[in-house]
Design a protein around this ligand. Structure first.
Ligand SMILES: Cc1ncc(C[n+]2csc(CCOP(=O)(O)OP(=O)(O)O)c2C)c(N)n1
Length: 799
């Protein structure tokens, strides 16, 4: 065994050697249960093969021991007091697991296989393939005082991508439970005691997918631990031989990075498998750390049942084909040992076959349930975003006195706590903004959003690299005592409320951390889960999570999420990779309509994308996330240069009662709209550079800058309302600093033109940089010349 910890090594030797072989023997009932699970799995695979020979079912033949492993794990966990298990798993044996252990009705599966939907039709969902189906039954195990609820999460085809999501959901559930227990004075519960994460893997993906290492890397971090996951690697082999698929001896060797123990067990011996998983569970429960079971099995068919494995592995498959199946071998053993009669074994199989036949007959009349689990339980009270009851634009303003209380609280430290001398300015600035009601910067508005939500009972969690202080040293939501390095989160300390702010400084991961945060968003609606990229440019390491969960979970699985992505964005001479959140890509991922149809509004877009230019707008966006009666992902292209820019500051009155987010901001400097000869539409921080330049060129009143603050859904009506004021304008165009093939233009063009058409105007043009392969150049003089041309374009020809 590989472990640098003597305590753990001793624990294992005690665990393995203290029991005699007699003690280890399973009882008759337990052995019959194993047989039952195996035999039914084999019959299920045979039945599917017979009835649906062209189906890719990713059967479990050869790997059937996965089921007794999971059954044993659930049983051990339930007996130890675990009440909820969250599972992320891939395709292999999923249908066997769903129907064999998770009470998924085979009739529902057959209905789906025959082309039906797994979801109620009235929601217009796109649905997903059979190997991503889910279930969340409550299972009662012998010896357990309570049932255990097992939730198998939906997942995309991208192998391993679901694992951080499962971790995040587990953590959020634990956090909510611990808060609840603290409220009633019960403090003897730790993360993991009642909620457990189980991660299943294939051998090739466990070795090859980087997100596995990212998840393992999170496992022992304070804001990411779940008290240990049990990992089960279903080591069934891969179409490419191991010698070409990995550089390590074992597929599980990646777990050595966190010194997680690995138990290798031969799947031909299901009782050993159950013993291994039981030990793994006990280890996880005792040490509250991750543990791996490497279940060594084989795959009787190819990657799927339509694939011929002998193309590439003829010798191995000659051996495999001569083997008796695992269920058959176990059955023979139990018959030999008089645990089971041949007749009893046959009747287990016959009854299951009969059951499956009756379920197949029932498939034709199967109707997916109309109750959505997402709007039940902790999601009760939310509505479906496409429904008439959905409130898209709630008021998000907050009473001034409350804002002041929060603002002061956000920089309050305990007596004797010594903050860094340079942070005194930060504190003074915030206190004076609260006093005067003016000069609120970005971080202040954010603190006011967080604190006001906490006072209303919401939790806020912000996750990412250095989020406590903020990448640009702007946030300082967590302060450090200069003598002791003790940490305080002033909002948690100074506000008396139920809501908590969790500042989750993360490892240097994007996919793992965003996936984790996304999982948090699935757990409950009364939390604001935020992921901040250090620079927007680095989100692409997490593109899989964005594509396969954030943008598409609602339509694939009817799952809502209020996740917020904060992506610092904007050209400021920082070179190709510190300049762009690739807002064009985010916009391309939305299903925002191209056409202007007021009657169809509000449009249920898959995600909101905004580029706010004032702290107040940011404040309202954050609050809107949880004040809506449904949840929707939000991408915020965040400013870097605006964080402390005096010209961008907001006043308390912009956040006060009666205010809300405004998707379009007209130019506040224009008093006579009819006299304006040019209207420049834009989004983001470029606005402030243009205003400055307009002043310098003394062109006040001649050119107006209209900011589109929300890009998805495109605010057709607001844009129309604003532009119709400029009836004397000779030209209206779009200006952006991003290269022409990037930025918001490709999204804006057809939509802005739809508005201009209503106004009887000709199509809009774009001005700014030309097409480029990079978001920004790295040569300073080149950047400056390009940026000057962008600014000049707003004023060319005006006098
Ligand atoms: C990220 C990703 N890459 C490639 C694939 C295509 N693919 C689907 S299953 C599979 C084999 C996975 O092997 P393993 O993890 O050992 O699981 P097994 O199917 O053998 O049980 C591959 C390559 C995928 N689904 N996801």
């Amino acid at each position: 065994m590989h472990s640098p910890s003597k305590t753990e090594r001793l624990w294992f030797s005690h665990m393995l050697e203290s029991e005699s072989s007699e003690d280890r023997k399973l009882g008759t009932e337990e052995r019959k249960r194993i047989h039952d699970v195996l035999a039914r799995s084999e019959e299920f695979d045979r039945f599917l093969q017979l009835k649906f020979p062209n189906l890719k079912r990713y059967g479990l033949e050869g790997g059937e021991s996965m089921l007794p492993a999971l059954d044993g794990l659930f049983s051990s966990a339930a007996q130890a007091g675990v009440e909820h298990i969250i599972i992320g798993m891939p395709h292999r044996g999923r249908l066997n697991f769903l129907t064999g252990l998770l009470k998924y009705p085979p009739s529902a599966l057959f209905h789906k296989i025959k082309g039906g939907s797994e979801l109620p039709e009235e929601y217009g969902a796109a649905g997903d393939v059979i190997s991503h189906l889910t279930a969340s039954p409550s299972l009662q195990y012998r010896g357990a005082s309570k049932p255990v609820k097992v939730s198998l999460l939906p997942n995309p085809s991208h192998l391993e991508a679901v694992n951080p999501v499962a971790l995040g959901k587990t953590r959020a559930k634990q956090f909510a439970l611990l808060k609840e227990l603290q409220r009633v004075g019960e403090t003897d519960c730790f993360p993991g005691d009642r909620v457990m994460c189980v991660q299943l893997h294939g051998d090739a993906s466990f070795t090859g997918q980087g997100v596995v290492m990212e998840g393992l890397g999170l496992s022992n971090l304070p804001h990411y631990t779940v008290g240990g996951s049990v990992h089960l690697v279903v080591n069934i082999g891969y179409t490419t031989p191991a010698s070409s698929a990995r550089s390590s001896l074992y597929c599980s060797d990646v777990a050595k990075m966190i010194n997680a123990p690995v138990l290798h067990v031969n799947g031909d011996y299901p009782e050993d498998v159950q013993r291994a998983i039981d030990i793994a569970f006990k280890y996880r429960n005792y040490f509250r750390k991750d543990v791996i079971v490497d279940l060594i099995v084989y795959r009787r068919w190819g990657h799927n049942e339509l694939d011929e494995p002998a193309f590439t592995q003829p010798l191995m498959y000659e051996k495999i084909r001569s083997r008796r199946s695992v269920p058959a071998l176990y059955e023979e053993r139990l018959i030999d040992e008089n645990v089971l009669t041949k007749e009893a074994a046959d009747s287990v199989r016959a009854e299951h076959k009969e059951f499956l036949s009756s379920e197949l007959a029932a498939a034709a009349s199967h109707k997916p349930g109309s109750a959505l689990s997402i709007m039940q339980g902790q999601w009760k009270g939310t509505v479906w975003p496409a429904s008439k009851q959905a409130v898209w634009d709630p008021e998000t303003g907050v009473e001034r006195d409350t804002l002041k209380t929060v603002g002061r609280a956000s920089v309050t430290v305990p007596e004797g706590f010594e903050i860094h001398p340079r942070l005194q300015r930060h504190v003074k600035h915030r206190l004076s903004a609260m006093e005067t009601g003016e000069g609120l910067d970005w971080a202040t508005a954010e603190a006011l959003a967080f604190g006001s939500l906490m006072l209303e009972g919401y939790d806020v969690r912000i996750s990412g690299q250095d989020v406590g202080r903020g990448t640009f040293s702007q946030r300082h939501a967590m302060l450090v005592d200069q003598r002791t390095e003790g940490v305080v989160v002033p909002l948690n300390l100074a506000l008396e409320c139920d809501g908590r702010l969790e500042l989750a400084n993360s490892s240097l991961s994007e996919m793992g951390v965003l996936g984790f945060e996304y999982g948090v968003s699935w757990e409950k609606p009364d939390i604001l889960p935020i992921w901040e990229a250090q620079f927007g440019d680095f989100f692409n390491g997490a593109q899989v999570i964005i594509d396969t969960f954030i943008t598409s979970a609602e339509t694939k699985w009817l799952k809502q999420s209020g996740i917020v992505l904060l992506l610092p964005h904007g050209l400021d001479g920082a070179g190709p990779e510190h300049s762009s959140s690739r807002i064009e890509r985010m916009l391309q991922l939305t299903n925002d309509p191209y056409t202007f149809d007021t009657a169809a509004e509000p449009v249920n877009v898959n995600m909101n994308v905004a580029f706010p230019t004032t702290p107040a707008q940011y404040f309202h966006l954050l609050r809107r996330q949880v004040k809506r009666n449904f949840r929707k992902p939000l991408v915020v292209a965040g400013p870097k240069g605006l964080l402390r820019l005096a010209a961008a500051a907001s006043s308390l009155s912009d956040l006060a009662e009666g205010t809300r987010f405004r998707p379009v901001l007209d130019d506040p400097a224009i008093s006579d709209h009819g006299a304006v000869s040019r209207v420049v539409c834009l989004t983001g921080k470029l606005y402030y550079d243009l205003v400055k330049e307009r002043q310098k060129r003394q062109l006040a009143g001649k050119v107006a800058f209209v900011r589109v603050e929300e890009l998805s859904p495109f605010p057709f009506q607001s844009v129309l309302d604003v532009l119709s004021r400029y009836d004397g304008a000779k030209e209206i165009f779009w200006l952006q600093e991003e290269p022409r093939n990037q930025g918001a233009w490709s999204h804006v063009e057809p939509r802005l033109n739809a508005v201009l058409e209503r106004l009887g105007r000709s199509e809009a043009l774009i001005k700014g940089r030309k097409e480029d392969a990079v978001p920004a150049p790295g040569i300073a003089s080149l950047y400056a010349a390009q940026q000057k041309r962008v600014i000049d374009a707003a004023f060319d020809g005006l006098q």
